[in-house]
Design a protein around this ligand. Structure first.
Ligand code: F0G
Length: 355
């Protein structure tokens, strides 16, 4: 069987690449679109999950990073730089290493998940923890790129958005048309912008008859777009989207208006509840930021906004193994750590409740 070639080769016709572009790929994209009967039953809609945790570094960032690093190398860059809440840093470090160049990464001190920090370090990033939040890190990364010989690979780099627009291509290729609604987490709003562009371009190319309504969700403690103002001290357990001043804010509002979309916000407790629904009823384990798509769907369904039978795709952006600690707590914060039993079959059977 032919192996998936990564998003640049698979969708070269839709991307700004030429014969002279070196294609730096780890085989990203081609992720599963999984029917979610448990969510369909809860909402009366036809719900599918685009599982972006199944990318080489465990998040959707790889789609954008293959483009950003390929173009950086084409332009002769020797160092890429990014600010990150974690996933971008893991992806930038992996793709830079694969390309044989280096990566400089700025993360908010103590605020990124252990799995992501481990990835960036394992891939050889020159990583600094900054005494500040993500927005401070991004401001410095942008200034570094303006004043030093380093190439910025945050989503303010259009190559990132270009790579990320391939996810809706895959969704349309599987479903045969665009869904009615698309639910997606929002931090910097780069991915919301990228999906809208992808849906628009693939429809214009004749692959779909419509665009979905784009529904984006922020954590209640980090919801600048919903609140209409910068959040100077964003707080949420969904560390990936702990962002108070999104870089693609303006593009996101345009995309919302274009698709008759919506921005909502979700409390942390509801995010964790949705994470448990997805892991224990559908069989998909995602990090908290990703679960906000599910929480958003359940909330909009309760609000009566989801018509029966509507076709809905939820993007879940990152793998649960990146930030696993939340799975070991129950709804009321109780410890779900497993029981210890003597190595005795009878005792094990009794402890399992098997009679
Ligand atoms: N979900 C996950 C798991 C993320 O890591 C991010 C962003 C988002 C959603 C939001 O995407 O920013 O395009 O709206 N993470 C960035 C990072 C900020 O540094 O890894 P967005």
């Amino acid at each position: 069987a032919k192996q998936w070639q990564g998003v640049i080769r698979e969708y070269a016709d839709h991307l700004d690449v030429t014969e002279s572009t070196p294609i730096i790929t780890l085989g990203e994209g081609g992720t599963p679109l999984i029917p979610a009967p448990a969510l369909s039953r809860r909402t009366g809609a036809d719900v599918w999950v685009k599982y972006e945790g199944i990318n080489p570094t465990g998040s959707f960032k790889d789609r954008g990073m293959t483009m950003a690093v390929s173009k950086a190398v084409e332009h002769g860059a020797k160092v890429v730089v990014c600010a990150s809440t974690g996933n971008t840093s893991a992806s930038a470090a992996a793709y830079a290493t694969h390309a044989g160049i280096s990566s400089a990464v700025l993360v908010p001190e103590g605020k990124i998940a252990m799995g992501k920090l481990s990835q960036a370090i394992a891939h050889g990033a020159n990583l600094l923890q900054i005494e500040g939040n993500f927005d401070d890190c991004l401001a410095i990364a942008r200034e570094l790129a303006d004043n030093y010989p380093v190439h910025l690979v945050n989503s303010v780099n259009n190559d990132r958005i270009e790579g990320q627009k391939t996810a809706p291509f895959e969704i349309i290729d599987v479903l045969g048309d665009a869904p009615d609604f698309h639910f997606i987490p929002v931090g910097n709003a780069g991915n919301y912008t990228a999906y809208t562009r992808g849906y628009r371009e693939y429809a214009a190319a004749g692959h779909a008859t419509k665009m979905p309504r784009m529904f984006g969700f922020q954590a209640a403690g980090a919801a600048p777009i919903v609140r209409g103002e910068v959040v100077t001290a964003p707080e949420t357990i969904a560390s990936a989207i702990r962002i108070g001043n999104p870089a693609s804010w303006g593009h996101a509002l345009e995309a919302r208006d274009e698709t008759n979309g919506y921005f909502g916000m979700i409390e942390d407790a509801k995010i964790l509840e949705a994470q448990r629904v997805l892991s224990s009823e559908v069989g998909i384990f995602v990090e908290p930021a990703s679960a906000i798509s599910v929480a958003g769907l359940l909330e909009r369904s309760d609000a009566g906004q989801i018509p029966a039978g509507a076709k809905i795709v939820l993007t879940v952006t990152g793998h649960g193994l990146k930030d696993p600690q939340w799975a070991l707590k129950g709804a009321d914060g109780e410890d779900l750590a497993p029981t210890v039993v003597r190595a005795d079959t009878g005792e094990v059977a009794a402890a399992l409740g098997i009679t």
